[in-house]
Design a protein around this ligand. Structure first.
Ligand code: SAH
Length: 223
């Protein structure tokens, strides 16, 4: 094996030790679901960002992934995943906003099937090739505006939205099954977004405001 300066630096910054440090930071910040933390320590986050960013992949930061979009920071991924799974296992999870594919990859290790949709073709194509290379076979993708959900594969017992709409699109409420949980950042401006946990029971929908958050905007149409 030929070790170049680049590959040595790369190995150090993406090693299991670096990933374990990320896991410890998640625990320090209050994430308690060890299955989520261990999954995040095993999914190679550095392969979901551009090579130039790979050495920063395990910092607790969101990073640019092109097209003005970002891969969510590890804490947000962990917390949203933990909230989604808090009430028992999930069989069918819809993600709106595939982006780099990292959130979908983490979910794919924890739920039966992940259905993820993205409105930017170029990002979706790159995420698809990562899923293929890493052999994540239970992730299903679609190029569409997630305002419409993915009716033909619903209803879902989990929905996770990784861009912030002003209000939750009606189709997402409709495609959430009874007993299902939806985690979604809502708010018109960066400064005023909140993460909502929406649960559906036989009586209807229940909404809880969980955290202040900062997500890229949820946009309509395809690009
Ligand atoms: N889950 C991603 C986060 C990417 S950022 C990850 O782990 O990397 C949010 C993504 O939501 C962006 O890629 C953006 O293009 C996408 N998005 C925004 N509005 C959308 C919509 N209406 N339908 C589908 N995707 C949308």
């Amino acid at each position: 094996m030929i070790l170049t300066a680049h590959s040595i630096a790369g190995v150090g910054m993406t090693s299991q030790r670096t990933r374990n440090r990320m896991a410890d930071r998640l625990r320090d910040r209050g994430v308690v679901d060890e299955r989520v933390i261990e999954t995040m320590a095993s999914v190679p986050r550095h392969l979901f960002v551009d090579e130039a960013m790979a050495t920063r992949a395990y910092e607790d930061a969101s990073l640019p992934i092109g097209q003005g979009q970002t891969i969510s920071q590890p804490y947000a991924v962990a917390r949203m995943t933990e909230l989604l799974l808090a009430d028992g296992p999930r069989e069918r999870v819809l993600e709106v906003g595939t982006g780099s594919g990292y959130q979908a990859a983490v979910l794919s290790r924890l739920v039966d099937n992940v259905y993820t949709v993205e409105r930017i073709k170029n990002l979706l194509d790159r995420a698809r090739s990562r899923f293929k290379a890493l052999e994540y076979r239970n992730i299903h993708t679609r190029y569409t505006d997630g305002s419409w959900g993915w009716a033909s594969n619903g209803p879902f017992d989990g929905i996770i939205v990784t861009a912030a709409p002003r209000s939750v699109p009606a189709a997402l409420y409709e495609q959430l099954s009874v007993g299902g949980r939806m985690v979604v950042p809502v708010g018109a401006r960066l400064e005023t977004q909140s993460l909502l946990l929406i649960t559906r029971t036989l009586e209807g929908f229940h909404e809880q405001r969980m955290h202040d958050v900062k997500f890229v905007p949820f946009l309509s149409g395809k690009s």
